[in-house]
Structures are given as structure tokens and as C-alpha cells.
Write a protein of this length. Structure first.
Ligand code: MOS
Length: 739
């Protein structure tokens, strides 16, 4: 295990992205940029019903169209297997049914056939010419969620029902978050190559190692015959964490035709068949004493899932540890609908869950006539009362206090509509937020080379969040090698198995492995120096040596008495020393000694113009306690992006299913509204920067998802403060505010 890197806290503060020049110059190669000799194009045929079965597929006309090489259906695609249930964090996919497995259609847009042709245009034309007839049944895409099934108890302590009944002050409300669709600008894509024995799959993947495992199983080949590459991602937001059925179609077609095959989804397909955040309906009951102490908390949530797969959103993720209360129960249940299988979307569980819980806390504050910041401080837990474990590091109180200070919260007058500025009514709202801090198992390799350069590699990914930069930074800080001499290689299963780019854990997971790899490479260098002829080092014991700023020297002498590492290698005629590092994951560890999470406070200001019914989010102050921040620049960028996404969640985003046909009808970027620059408020991000060394030696917990948690509740609470209207079903519509 690597030793703790002892650095001054702010070195390299704000290093710009090392991959920035590649991206802004268009030189970064994304999945769909791969064009290979002889490559063909696949276009899926999507079901136009959401429930029923295929009666017949007539592909005669499509077969005869120009450029068409194949029309695949269940009859001729070849065998595609299911993945075995995973024992650990491997073999993950949310839609488990392989494409074309049977003739049943369970959601609109399910693939029923695929055309492969010489050009994309030919494939599109032929896909449109495939005639599919269906036995149609009425789809169930009802928004209201209810179930007779017994819900799962996620957490329980004390006796919450009677404690709620007898509580002097009560809130009992139901909160709804709609289906939301991930809309990274980069479309999902697969470029599959088959060489007669091996697959090379260029994928839009946030987790190439898992992708390799899943596709090897689906294709029925040994894992070593599948290489997965994902060098750059135009983001994913969780939608690209696990493989989707189109990946198996592309790979299968490549094998069948012995030609490279490119399959790029269209934006409308992305609303159908590559996951979404499911609709949630959450009843929250809070009971409190008149002075604001919580005596009972019940959080019962439902989410929709697809007909075949059990996707639980996990809305109670943050419920059990957010507040101190002796009595608590959190349950969750699933309701089946004719929709594609849901999946993780930025802050799964906690984000919709905290919308409900933090909205309810605001409603309780109003009933109690207590300031909402104060109510949270009053109920601050000393430990994770759900797990009965100490927090590794929790600075929620400081987040709230610093945020209140920066926001100017003490100026707030609680009466609805009482604050005015420039002729506008102001609303101010606050919410707490939190997110899981864990590590995934990770391996990395570091080379120190005779030309003074270094290379660090790991089969993790940079999904736009800054992984290339952060790994370069760690190697640079530990070795003194400048960034322009450090090569970072990611996103390829030929590299040491790295962590998923999910859960905001890629940095936290990679750090221990990279540190260990650096240390091993340095040890190897010490042995070479010890055997070499360099003055002062030859014949010295390797364990008497240290590595500082690119030089090997004796521990008891100053670094400038040492020899540069590249000189040592050159003198020995060795190209490079390599070190490998490996760290275990913490996720799912049953023997944990700490509750590990990041925390934060969100303060939002809205402006409301009743005359024109114009609502804007004007200002957000966010204070984040995410352990040590390795690089404030991309970290701040993550939180700012999450806040903007939070504006979208609060005011715009909602996937609407047509109740007659089950189709997601606003399946494009014109009708599915995401927040844009014009909607972005003034954003003030503060990091508390307390290293959490339970998570890794550098104390970095990771950012990315936490910035979205709590924002929607802070905004709807601000909307209430401005208008007197509590919106419990997102998004807030202007109609909701017209009374
Ligand atoms: Mo994130 S939803 O874990 O990519």
C-alpha cells in the first residue's frame, strides 16, 4: 500500500484539463469518429407499439434495396446469451434481455430488427422499409404509481408509526419526480470489429471493464477475445455506465458479416432504449416537537420500472443518515410499466430522494415557524444513525453556516412574497445534500522512462470530468515530472483493470492504485541506481534512497545531491521502469467501520414576476464537503454543471409518455427541455476541502453527482417563499403558479 502523499494543500491548484487542447481542436477521437476500411452501418428497427408481440416481419423489400448487406431479426442474428447473475460488482447491465430474444414487445422503441448497409443513408432507408406487424395490447404507462406488493424496508429504527401519530407537529406529503432522460450531447454509439477470433468494440462506455465482461457473455466468447475502447466521452450522466442492447446487435452483425459495423443511436432512440431516471412518487412523513426536534421520519417511495427488469431508484439512499431521529423507516417499491429499463442518472436515488426529504424539511420549518437552516442544525446527527457507525468526515454544519453567510441568509424575511428587488419578488430556499463516497477496485500502471517522461495507464475512463488531468496531476506531484511529459492512457481493456466512471468514484478509486504504482516504479529505479555507477548511489542500499523532484538521492542527503531518474535509466540502458498498483474497493464491504459520504448545502434564489408569470433562478450558493479537492478547476466545473442540471430538474426536465401508444413523445432536444446557458444562475461554489483519509490516502471523495442533490428542493422552497405555492411534483410549471 502506498504511503500518504504529504503535499501542501494547494499545489497545482486549478490545473487546466490536459486533454483540453485535443478537444477544442477536434483531435480527440470519440466512438462514432472511428471509421474503418470496409465499415458498414447498422440501423435498428424500433417497435412502434409499447405492448404486444410481433406477428410478422417482412424484410423482402429492405433486403433488395441498394447497399443492404443484411436484415437481422430473431431468426438470423445468431445466438445472443444472457449474462449470469453477478456475485459482485461485475457483469452489470440493466436491461438483461438480449436483443431479439423473443417476439414480445414490452416498450416502445424496443429493437425488433436491424439493417446493415454500406452507407448510413442506405441503412436508414432500408430500416424504414422493413414491415413489422404486431399483435397490439394496450400499454400501461400510467403516471400514478401504486402497488399491492409489499415494499422493501431499506432502513428502520425505533417505532416510527406511533411516534409520528403522537408528534405535536407533523408533515405528511407526497412528492413526485418525473421520468428524466439523460441527454449527453454525444449519442450512444458502437463500432464493432471482428477479426475472426477477437472483437474490438469502440463503445460509449463509462465502464469498459464491465462492458467487456457483459459483451463477452452475450456473444458467448472468452473475455480475452473482447477488447473495449472508450477514449473520450461526450458525457454520460450514468446512461453509459452499463451496456445496452444495441451493443450486442453491432457486435453480432460485425461477426456475421466479418466487417466492421458502426451503429449510432439517434436522439429519439436515446429516449427509448438506453435508460432513464424513473418516475418516483415519495410519501414523506415528519413528526417533530414544537421546538423542532424530529421524533419520526418515514419515507416510502415507489419508482416505475420496466416489465422485465427490477430497477430500484433507491430514493431512501440519504434518508437514514441525514438527520438525527430516534424513529425512522424508509421503504421502496417497484411499479411495472411498459417503458424501457431505467438506469442510474446523476445521483441516482439521492437526487430524487433528497428532493422529497428536503422539501418536507422546508415544509416542517414553515409549520414550526423555525428558520430552515436552523431546523437542519437542530437535527444534525453525531453519527450515521442508520448504520450506527461514525461518519468518516462530515462537515454539514459548516456547509450550512458558510453557505448562509455567503448567501446573505440572515437578510431573509420568512413571510411569503416579502422580499423585493428591482420590481421582482425574490424567493430564497435552502436544502442539504449528500452523496455516497466509495471506492471501486482499481488497478493502474506507471512507467518512468529514460527520456524523462512518464506514462500512467488504467482501464478507467474520462467521461469529461477530468480523469486524464487528475491522474497526470498526481503523477506530477509525486515525481516532479511536468505535465507535458506525462502521458495518461485510459479507456481500454488492454490496460490494467480500472474503476467505473460512476458514483463520482473514479478519482477516489484510482488514487491508491496510482500512488502504489508510482512507488513501485521508484523502488525499481532505486535498485537500478544501487547497481549502477552513479556517484553517491552505487553500492548504496535501495531502501536508503528517496525520490524527490525527478531525482534519486540518499534519504539523509538533500535532493540536489541526487541523480535524475532519466540519467539513471540511460546509464543502465533501460527504457523504463514500471510499477503496478492495485487497490480494493470499499463498495458493499459488510465490515465497514465508517459511514462514508460527501455533504453539502444548496442555497437558491428565484425571481418571480407575477404580472408576466416569469420565474427565474437567479443565484445559487453551494458549499460542498467532498474531502480533499485534487483539482479545483474541473471540480468546480462539475458542481456548476450539476447546479445548471438542477435548474433543469426543478423547472424543465420531464419525459412524457403518450398514454395511447406508450411512446416517449418529447423525444428530442426541442421538446425535452434541458437548462441552457440562458437559464444558468449566478453560481458560487465553495469547497470545504477536509481530506477524508478513510477513503484514500489523499482524502479525495469525488464530486460530480453531489452538486445536483438538493438543488431542486432549494429551488421549489424558494418558489414557495416567493409565491406561496408549494410545488411537490416536478418540474415546476408556470401553470402551477397561476392561481
Ligand atoms: Mo453516475 S449516475 O454513477 O454515472
Amino acid at each position: 500500500m502506498a504511503s500518504i502523499l504529504n503535499l501542501p494543500p494547494k499545489t497545482n491548484a486549478g490545473l487546466p484539463r490536459v486533454d483540453g487542447p485535443l478537444k477544442v481542436s477536434g483531435a480527440a477521437i470519440y466512438t462514432s469518429d472511428h471509421n474503418l476500411p470496409g465499415m458498414l452501418y447498422a440501423v435498428p428497427v424500433c417497435a412502434t407499439i409499447a405492448n404486444g408481440s410481433i406477428a410478422s416481419i417482412d424484410s423482402d423489400r429492405a433486403q433488395g434495396m441498394p447497399g443492404v448487406k443484411a436484415v437481422y431479426t430473431r431468426q438470423n442474428i445468431g445466438k445472443l446469451f444472457r449474462t449470469a447473475p453477478a456475485q459482485d460488482f461485475t457483469g452489470i447491465l440493466d436491461e438483461r434481455r438480449p436483443p431479439f430474444e423473443d417476439d414480445n414487445v414490452r416498450y416502445y422503441g424496443q429493437y425488433v430488427a436491424a439493417v446493415v448497409a454500406s452507407t448510413f443513408e442506405q441503412a436508414v432507408a432500408a430500416a424504414n422499409a422493413v414491415k413489422v406487424t404486431y399483435r397490439t395490447e394496450k400499454p400501461d404507462v400510467r403516471e400514478h404509481l401504486e402497488t399491492d406488493e409489499k415494499p422493501k424496508v431499506d432502513s428502520k429504527r425505533g417505532d416510527p408509526e406511533p411516534a409520528f401519530q403522537s408528534a405535536p407537529v407533523k408533515v405528511d406529503e407526497t412528492y413526485v419526480t418525473p421520468t428524466e432522460t439523460h441527454n449527453p450531447i454525444e449519442l450512444h454509439a458502437s463500432v464493432a470489429v471482428w477479426d475472426g477470433q477477437n472483437f474490438t468494440l469502440y463503445e460509449t462506455s463509462q465502464a469498459v471493464v464491465n462492458h467487456q465482461d457483459v459483451l463477452a457473455q452475450m456473444l458467448g466468447v472468452p473475455q480475452e477475445n473482447v477488447r473495449v475502447i472508450s477514449r473520450f466521452l461526450g458525457s454520460g450522466f450514468g446512461g453509459k455506465l452499463w451496456p445496452w442492447t444495441h451493443c450486442a446487435i453491432a457486435a453480432s452483425a460485425a461477426r456475421n458479416l466479418n466487417r466492421p459495423v458502426k451503429l449510432v443511436l439517434t436522439r429519439d432512440m436515446m429516449f427509448q432504449s438506453v435508460g432513464h431516471r424513473p418516475r418516483t412518487q415519495q410519501r414523506v412523513r415528519l413528526g417533530a416537537t414544537p421546538d423542532g426536534k424530529l421524533v419520526s421520519l418515514m419515507h416510502d417511495s415507489l419508482n416505475h420500472t420496466s416489465i422485465l427488469d427490477d430497477y430500484s431508484e433507491g430514493c431512501s439512499e440519504a434518508t437514514a443518515y441525514s438527520y438525527s431521529t430516534p424513529n425512522l423507516r424508509a421503504t421502496s417499491g417497484l411499479v411495472r410499466r411498459n417503458v424501457g429499463t431505467p438506469t442510474s442518472m446523476r445521483g441516482p436515488g439521492a437526487v430524487p430522494g433528497l428532493f422529497a426529504l428536503e422539501s418536507a424539511m422546508d415544509e416542517l420549518a414553515i409549520k414550526l415557524n423555525v428558520d430552515p437552516v436552523k431546523l437542519r442544525l437542530l437535527n444534525e446527527p453525531q453519527k450515521d444513525e442508520g448504520l450506527n457507525l461514525p461518519f468518516s468526515s462530515r462537515h454539514m454544519v459548516e456547509c450550512l453556516n458558510v453557505g448562509a453567510e455567503k448567501f446573505g441568509w440572515s437578510q431573509r424575511t420568512p413571510q411569503v412574497g416579502s422580499m423585493k428587488k428591482n420590481g421582482l419578488t425574490l424567493g430564497w430556499g435552502v436544502a442539504g445534500c449528500s452523496w455516497i463516497a466509495e471506492r471501486m477496485g482499481s488497478e493502474a500502471s506507471v512507467d518512468l522512462r529514460d527520456d524523462g517522461t512518464a506514462r500512467v495507464s488504467s482501464a478507467t475512463q474520462d467521461i469529461g470530468t477530468g480523469t486524464y488531468t487528475v491522474l497526470s496531476q498526481i503523477v506530477s506531484e509525486k515525481t516532479g515530472i511536468p505535465h507535458d511529459k506525462i502521458e495518461v492512457v485510459l479507456g481500454d481493456t488492454d490496460l490494467p483493470a480500472g474503476a467505473i466512471s460512476g458514483g463520482s468514484w473514479a478519482t477516489a478509486s484510482s488514487i491508491p492504485a496510482v500512488l502504489e504504482a508510482i512507488e513501485k516504479a521508484q523502488q525499481s529505479l532505486f535498485m537500478i541506481a544501487s547497481q549502477g555507477k552513479d556517484a553517491g548511489l552505487a553500492g548504496q542500499k535501495a531502501d536508503a534512497m528517496a525520490f524527490t523532484n525527478g531525482c534519486v538521492h540518499l534519504k539523509d542527503k538533500s535532493p540536489d545531491t541526487g541523480v535524475r531518474f532519466d540519467q539513471i535509466l540511460t546509464a543502465a540502458n533501460i527504457r523504463a521502469v514500471s510499477g503496478s498498483g492495485k487497490s480494493e474497493g470499499t463498495f458493499g464491504n459488510p465490515n465497514r467501520k465508517h459511514s462514508t459520504h460527501s455533504f453539502g448545502a444548496q442555497f437558491a434564489e428565484v425571481t418571480w414576476q407575477p404580472e408576466t408569470a416569469r420565474l427565474r433562478v437567479s443565484r445559487v450558493v453551494t458549499v460542498i464537503d467532498a474531502g480533499r479537492i485534487i483539482n479545483p478547476k474541473p471540480a468546480r466545473n462539475q458542481i456548476e454543471g450539476a447546479v445548471v442540471m438542477g435548474v433543469g430538474m426543478a423547472l424543465f426536465e420531464e419525459t412524457v409518455y403518450d398514454p395511447r401508444f406508450g411512446a416517449p413523445i418529447n423525444n428530442n432536444l426541442a421538446d425535452y427541455i434541458v437548462a441552457t446557458n440562458a437559464d444558468a444562475p449566478e453560481i458560487d461554489v465553495t469547497f470545504l476541502d477536509y481530506p477524508d483519509t478513510v477513503i484514500n490516502p489523499l482524502g479525495a471523495r469525488g464530486v460530480g453527482e453531489i452538486g445536483l442533490a438538493g438543488i431542486a428542493a432549494a429551488i421549489t422552497s424558494a418558489v414557495y417563499h416567493a409565491t406561496g405555492i408549494r410545488v411537490r411534483e416536478l418540474p415546476v410549471r408556470i401553470e402551477d403558479l397561476l392561481v
